[in-house]
Design a protein around this ligand. Structure first.
Ligand code: OGA
Ligand code: MN
Length: 309
């Protein structure tokens, strides 16, 4: 079919509607204005995949999501949403009412800011440790999409670290040593570190996840090597436990040095999409007993891709 001249010139040459502006020397970009609720065409979705391959974290401003529109967009971008979040095991059914949409807020079901000893607060405390989402599942998390519904009047950012740049910066001897190693990830390891009261019944214990993943992986399409670590890791399969934990501790210190880190200050309506295979993230502390901060997350799973390879 021949496009009319008007239609052919209405879009940039790449075939998609977007341009990207870099926000950090190593990773992270901001996308030009777009309403993701209306994005269905393969050309634009492919542009977003390409941007994630290159930048690993992409910021979209002013997304006026309602209901399950964020979930629907996530399914257009990457089909396999994680409907099996551990959050439900610790905290029960969320207040958002859609499976697959995770309430990342400091607000109770009654809409009030949580109290100091709230179980939800204790559970969410682990977001302050560097991690990558759903690394304890197999397939693990691929893209996370976090949307800012309510932003407090004080700084309450999310920090991201580039695990590809962190890997590249390791010395050759260590790179060689890590080759072929696997880490054991557990959904309760980070909670144990913080002393979270895990008293769960047998039925819930069975829903918790563990998974083994290579410590270093190659990300398909970009072919970049990346460190795959998180505070969910209990040990390295090929090493004695203390030695493995020491290696992890040192990798964690290395990978989260300031030059690898970007701090995103939220504006209401931001949707930040990141590639969990290429990054870690954490929430720095803020006055969470005073100001409501409401984010909503959808995470997709790292099934092999064919549709947009
Ligand atoms: C998450 C997460 C950090 C934050 O939703 O997966 O880690 O800043 N959030 O709330
Ligand atoms: Mn997270």
């Amino acid at each position: 079919m021949q496009l009319s001249q008007d239609k052919a010139t209405a879009k940039p040459k790449s075939g998609g509607a977007l341009t990207f502006q870099s926000l950090h020397p190593l990773f992270v970009a901001e996308a030009s204005a777009i309403d993701l609720r209306t994005v269905e065409d393969q050309a634009t979705l492919k542009q977003i995949h390409n941007a994630l391959d290159e930048y690993a974290v992409v910021v979209f401003r002013d997304q006026p999501f309602r209901g399950d529109e964020q979930l629907k967009f996530a399914q257009r971008l990457d089909r396999n949403v994680n409907f099996n979040s551990t959050t439900a095991v610790f905290l029960g059914k969320g207040r958002l009412g859609y499976e697959g949409m995770i309430d990342v807020s400091n607000v109770t079901d009654k809409g009030e800011v949580w109290g100091a000893n709230d179980r939800k607060r204790m559970s969410r405390m682990s977001n302050r440790l560097w991690h990558t989402d759903a690394s304890f599942q197999d397939p693990a998390g691929r893209y996370s999409m976090l949307w800012a519904k309510t932003v407090p009047p004080v700084s309450a950012p999310t920090e991201f670290a580039d695990m590809r740049a962190a890997y590249d910066a390791l010395d050759d001897e260590l790179k060689k040593k890590l080759e072929g190693m696997h880490a054991h990830h557990s959904s309760i390891r980070n909670k144990e570190i913080l002393g979270f009261d895990l008293s769960l019944d047998q039925k819930d214990m069975e829903k918790l996840h563990t998974a083994d993943h290579p410590l270093v992986r190659t990300i398909p399409r970009s072919n970049r090597r990346s460190l795959y670590i998180a505070t969910h890791v209990t040990h390295i399969l090929e090493l004695p436990v203390p030695e493995g934990r020491m290696v992890l501790h040192e990798l964690m210190e290395h990978a989260t040095q300031r030059q690898f880190v970007f701090r995103h200050e939220w504006q209401q309506g931001d949707l930040v999409i990141w590639d969990n295979r290429a990054t870690m993230h954490r929430r720095p502390p803020f006055d969470d007993l005073k100001y409501p901060r409401e984010l909503v997350r959808v995470t997709t799973l790292d099934y092999p891709e064919s549709a947009h390879a």
